[in-house]
Write a new protein. Structure first.
Ligand code: MG
Length: 168
């Protein structure tokens, strides 16, 4: 049995994952506006991943007999000074997601809610991947000029990123 505090926190996280999709789609739109279609594709795919994260929690709450409720969303940041600025914003966003997942995990551990502890392990591993990915891209972007061939090669490289949804 999941207590009320934990079920509310899981439902909040579901909504925050949907907000993450919103954040990344806004970045994709910024990149499209700059005619950087590869970077735009990267963030469109990222937005798809976030919706998948939300659906993973949606399914879990349903499986545990908890009624999901959706909340309104804040307006995401739509303006960036550069692609690097956008990636730095994304990285900070992922660090906030990690803090929230850790808080959820703390709540589950305090309540010895073992199924939820197990469920959250996937998200903890996922956050290690997300943070590492953004950190690596930021380091690369810092080393190259935004009008260089290397920058446009990165844009082309990211045009190939796709999202294949795993089983929920
Ligand atoms: Mg996520």
């Amino acid at each position: 049995m999941i207590n009320e505090t934990l079920s509310k926190a899981l439902n909040d996280q579901l909504n925050y994952e949907l907000f993450s999709a919103h954040v990344y789609l806004a970045i994709a739109a910024y990149c499209s506006g700059e005619s950087l279609d590869g970077f735009a594709n990267f963030f469109t795919v990222q937005a798809e991943e976030e919706k998948f994260h939300a659906m993973k929690i949606y399914k879990y709450l349903n499986d545990r007999g908890i009624r999901v409720t959706l909340a309104g969303m804040d307006t995401p940041n739509n303006e960036y000074s550069s692609v690097l600025d956008a990636y730095e914003h994304a990285y900070e966003h992922e660090k906030e997601v990690t803090r929230r997942i850790y808080h959820l995990s703390d709540l589950a551990m305090n309540d010895r809610e073992h199924a939820t502890i197990q469920f959250l392990k996937w998200f903890i591993d996922e956050q290690v991947e997300e943070e590492s990915m953004f950190d690596t891209i930021i380091n690369k972007l810092k080393r190259i000029d935004k009008d260089s061939n290397a920058f446009f090669m990165m844009d082309s490289e990211f045009a190939a990123r796709t999202f294949t949804p795993p089983a929920l």
